[in-house]
Design a protein around this ligand. Structure first.
Ligand code: NAD
Length: 711
C-alpha cells in the first residue's frame, strides 16, 4: 500500500483515503501522492465491498499544490506533458467508476490540490474563512495541468473559471459554496467526515456532469454568444493588466476557449500541451526560481547569522506614531506583541493607535475578524509620550522625522531606559545606519529595519547592517521581521541601501528620457510594458519631486563633507525645473500629472517644457533602458557588497519596488539572458545614453568566466 495515502474501509462500505505524504509538512502533487490516489481509485473500481470513496488529508492542508522541486528539474517539454497526462489518467479513473467520490476538504486546497478535489463528485469543506481554495499556478507562470482548466469551467462557467485561474486569487469556502464549487460546508472535522460519508451513501451511482449524455455547460460552451462576448473582451483585459508579459494567462484562456469546443478527454490532452509550454517558459523558470526557491531559502534564514539562538520580541517600543510608526505598531500588535507607541504629544500617539482601530474595524466589517479579536489587538498598544514606559522593551524601532538630530535625540532618550541587551532599530529611508549609530551608546545593538509603506500591505523589510552591528543584533532583527510575518532581506550599509538606490534608477531613467525629447506617454507605456507596477513619471509624483530633490541635495552635501565627488543624475535637472514652479508631486495636486477629482492626466505644460522629438525611439529601446539600468545598479550593489546574496537582491527587487516579477528579480534578469548578452547590450546602451549603463565589473567577470551571478 502507498505510504502517501492510507485507506480505511468503514462498516458502511465507504473507503476513506487519507493523504499524508511522508517527510513533507504539506501534501503536494507528485508521483508518490498520485500513486496513492491511483490505488484508492482501483480499489473503488474493483472491490465490490467499497460503495464510495472519501478523499481527505491528515495534514493541516488538504493539498497545497504541485511538487515544485520536481517541476523545476524538467528540461524537456515531454516531461511536463507526460506528468500532466499521468495525473489526469488517475483522476479520470477515479471519477468514472460509477461510484461516488467526495473530497473532504479539511484545509487549503490549492493548485493541484483543488484539481484533485474537482475530480471528485462533490466537495465539502470546513467552514473556516482562513481556508484557501484556488488555482494560483499563474503566479508562478504555470497553469492547472491536472484537468483544472477543463473541469472548473464545466462546473462554474467559463467566466468565473477564467477569473479564478487567470488571476490566481484564493476563494474562501463561503464564496466557493456560493459559486457552486463546493456542495456543502462543515463545522468541524467530525461534521466534515459525517457529511462526506452521508453524501456518498445517498448518491449511489455517480458521474461527473460532463460525462452525462445531455451535459450543458453552465453559461454555455465556446460556441455560444456569451462565449463570443467573453472571449472578445477577456484577452484585451488580460493584456491591459499583464502587457503580454505572462504567457500563462494567454495559455489559460486558450485552454478554456479551445477546450470549450472539444470533448472532455481531447480537451484534457490539449491542456497538457499548454501546460508543457508554460512549464518550459523562461517566465515560469524565473518565477519558480526566485519566488519559490530563493524566497523559501531566505525565509528559512539563509541570510541570518548562524549560531545565534532564535529570539522572539515580547515587548516592543515604537518611536514616532506617524504613518510608518502607526503601521509598524499595527503589524506587531496583530501577531501578539505588546508595544509602547511613543510620540511628542499624547494626541499624536493616540492618533497612531487609532490607525490600528481603523484597519481592525474594516476587518471586522468584512467578516475577517471579530470585535473580541480587534479589542485584544488594540489592548496591546500603549500610546504615550513617556520614555519610562519603554522599560523592558527587547526592541525599539524609531520612525520619527527623517532628521539626524531628531533621531539622535530619541536614540539617547530611549537607551537611557532600555536594558543593555535591547536592540535599537531605525526605520530611516535614506540616512546611513553607521552614521546614525554614532548617537548610540551601544552601536553593536544598532541596526536598520527599513519598512515600506503602507506597512500592513508591503511584504518586505530591508535589514541594514551598520559597520558595528553585531551578528546577534542582526539575528534578532531578522527574527522579529519573521515574527511579524514579513520577508527579510539583509544588506550592508550604504547610501540608499539597496532598494531605494536601485528603485531610484528606474524613476530617474524615465525622467531623463523626458529631457531627451521622448514623448511622456511613450515613457509611461514603456514602464508598464517593462512589467513595472507603475510608470516612472507617475511614480515620481507619488514619491514627491521635492523629497527626491531634498535627498539629492543632502547627498551632495554629505559627499562634499566626505571629500567624495558627486555627479548629478541628468534627470535631476528636470525635477528641479518642476519644483521651481511648484509642481512637486501628487501631494500638491500637480507634478508630471495634474490631479483632479476625476483622476490624473499628464500636465499639458510638459509638452512645452520638454517638446517631444519628431522622431521617437522604438519602445523596445525604452523598455531595455528601464530594465537594464535597474539590473546594472543591482549588480553594482552585489559587487560592492551592499547586497550579500543574489537571493536578497532578487526578492528585494520584487517585494520592495515591484521589479517585473516575470524576470525573477533584478539579478535574475541578468542571469536569465546570460551575463555575456547583458554585457554586450549594456555597452550599447552606455555608448548611446551614458556611463550609468557601463556594465558592473561583477557581471563582466561572470560573463568572461561563463558563469551566472547566482553561481
Ligand atoms: P511622519 O511624519 O508621518 O511621522 C513621524 C512621526 O514622528 C510624527 O508623528 C512625529 O510627531 C513624530 N516625531 C517627531 N519627532 C519626534 C520625537 N522627537 N519623539 C517622538 N516622536 C517624534 O513620517 P513617516 O513617513 O512615518 O516617516 C518616519 C520615518 O520612516 C522617517 O525616517 C522616514 O524616512 C522613514 N520611512 C518612511 C517611509 C514612507 O514611505 N513614508 C518609508 C520608509 C521609511
Amino acid at each position: 500500500m502507498s505510504a502517501a495515502v492510507t485507506m480505511q474501509l468503514g462498516d458502511d462500505g465507504i473507503l476513506v483515503a487519507t493523504m499524508d505524504l511522508p517527510g513533507r509538512p504539506m501534501n503536494v502533487v507528485g508521483d508518490a501522492l498520485m500513486e496513492g490516489i491511483a490505488e484508492a481509485a482501483e480499489r473503488l473500481a474493483n472491490d465490490p465491498a467499497v460503495k464510495g470513496l472519501v478523499l481527505t488529508s491528515a495534514k493541516a492542508d488538504f493539498c497545497a499544490g504541485g511538487d515544485l522541486d520536481n517541476m523545476f528539474r524538467w528540461t524537456r517539454p515531454e516531461q511536463p506533458f507526460e506528468a500532466s497526462m499521468a495525473m489526469k489518467h488517475v483522476l479520470r479513473r477515479m471519477e468514472t467508476t460509477g461510484k461516488p467520490v467526495v473530497a473532504a476538504i479539511n484545509g487549503h486546497a490549492l493548485g493541484g490540490g483543488l484539481e484533485i478535489a474537482l475530480a471528485c463528485h462533490a466537495r465539502i469543506a470546513l467552514d473556516d474563512p482562513k481556508l484557501k481554495i484556488g488555482q494560483p499556478e499563474v503566479k508562478l507562470g504555470l497553469l492547472p495541468g491536472g484537468g483544472g482548466t477543463q473541469r472548473l469551467p464545466r462546473l462554474v462557467g467559463q467566466q468565473a473559471a477564467l477569473q479564478i485561474m487567470a488571476e490566481g486569487n484564493d476563494l474562501d469556502p463561503k464564496k466557493a459554496l456560493g459559486m457552486g464549487l463546493l456542495a456543502e460546508l462543515a463545522t468541524d472535522r467530525d461534521d466534515l467526515m459525517f457529511k462526506a460519508r452521508t453524501w456518498c451513501a445517498t448518491h449511489g451511482k455517480s458521474q461527473q456532469p460532463w460525462d452525462a449524455p445531455k451535459f450543458r455547460w453552465p453559461g454555455g460552451d465556446s460556441r455560444t454568444p456569451q462565449a463570443v462576448q467573453l472571449f472578445s473582451i477577456a484577452p484585451s483585459i488580460a493584456s491591459a493588466r499583464s502587457q503580454g508579459n505572462y504567457p500563462a494567462i494567454t495559455h489559460i484562456m486558450s485552454c478554456v476557449f479551445e477546450g470549450g469546443l472539444l470533448g472532455f478527454d481531447a480537451a484534457c490532452e490539449l491542456e497538457s500541451r499548454y501546460f508543457a509550454a508554460c512549464a518550459m517558459s523562461r517566465e515560469s523558470k524565473n518565477m519558480i526560481g526566485t519566488l519559490w526557491f530563493q524566497l523559501g531559502a531566505l525565509k528559512k534564514g539563509a541570510s541570518r547569522p548562524q549560531g545565534v539562538p532564535r529570539s522572539k520580541v515580547g515587548k516592543l517600543g515604537v518611536l514616532g506614531a506617524g504613518m510608518m510608526g502607526a503601521g509598524i505598531a499595527y503589524v506587531a500588535a496583530r501577531v501578539g506583541v505588546d508595544l509602547v507607541l511613543l510620540d511628542t504629544t499624547q494626541e499624536a500617539a493616540d492618533k497612531g493607535k487609532a490607525y490600528s482601530l481603523g484597519l481592525l474595524d474594516k476587518a471586522v466589517k468584512r467578516g475577517r475578524s471579530t470585535p473580541e479579536k480587534r479589542d485584544a489587538v488594540l489592548a496591546r498598544i500603549t500610546p504615550t509620550t513617556d520614555y519610562a514606559r519603554l522599560e523592558g522593551c527587547e526592541l525599539v524601532i524609531e520612525a520619527v522625522f527623517e532628521d539626524r538630530a531628531v533621531k539622535a535625540d530619541v536614540t539617547g532618550r530611549a537607551e537611557a531606559v532600555l536594558g543593555a541587551q535591547a536592540v535599537f532599530a531605525s526605520n530611516t529611508s535614506t540616512l546611513p545606519i553607521t552614521g546614525l549609530a554614532q548617537a548610540s551608546a551601544r552601536p553593536a545593538n544598532f541596526v536598520g529595519l527599513h519598512f515600506f509603506s503602507p506597512v500592513d500591505k508591503m511584504p518586505l523589510v530591508e535589514i541594514i547592517v551598520g559597520q558595528q552591528t553585531s551578528d546577534e543584533t542582526l539575528a534578532r532583527g531578522f527574527d522579529f521581521v519573521l515574527q511579524i510575518g514579513k520577508t527579510p532581506i539583509v544588506v550592508n550599509d550604504s547610501r540608499g541601501f539597496y532598494t531605494s538606490r536601485v528603485f531610484a534608477t528606474y524613476v530617474m531613467e524615465g525622467i531623463t528620457m523626458l529631457r531627451e525629447g521622448v514623448h511622456p506617454r511613450h515613457i509611461e507605456a514603456a514602464g508598464l510594458q517593462a512589467g513595472m507596477p507603475m510608470p516612472p513619471l507617475a511614480l515620481q509624483d507619488e514619491v514627491s519631486l521635492s523629497l527626491s530633490l531634498h535627498v539629492a541635495e543632502q547627498t551632495k552635501k554629505d559627499m562634499a563633507a566626505e571629500g567624495r565627488p558627486y555627479t548629478e543624475h541628468p534627470g535631476m535637472a528636470v525635477i528641479r525645473q518642476l519644483c521651481e514652479i511648484g509642481r512637486i508631486g501628487r501631494k500638491a495636486g500637480q507634478g508630471f500629472y495634474d490631479y483632479g477629482d476625476d483622476g490624473k492626466r499628464l500636465w499639458p505644460g510638459l509638452f512645452d517644457m520638454f517638446p517631444p522629438a519628431a522622431e521617437q525611439p522604438p519602445q523596445r529601446e525604452l523598455i531595455d533602458r528601464l530594465l537594464f539600468v535597474q539590473a546594472n545598479e543591482a549588480a553594482r550593489c552585489l559587487e560592492e557588497g551592499v547586497l550579500r546574496s543574489v537571493a536578497d537582491g532578487n526578492i528585494g527587487s520584487i517585494f520592495g519596488w515591484g521589479f517585473a516579477p516575470f524576470h525573477g528579480g533584478a539579478l535574475q534578469f541578468i542571469d536569465a539572458m546570460g551575463p555575456g548578452y547583458f554585457v554586450a547590450r549594456a555597452r550599447q546602451l552606455a555608448a548611446a545614453y551614458g556611463a550609468r549603463f557601463e556594465p558592473a565589473a561583477g557581471v563582466v567577470a561572470a560573463a568572461s568566466e561563463g558563469r551566472r551571478l547566482a553561481g
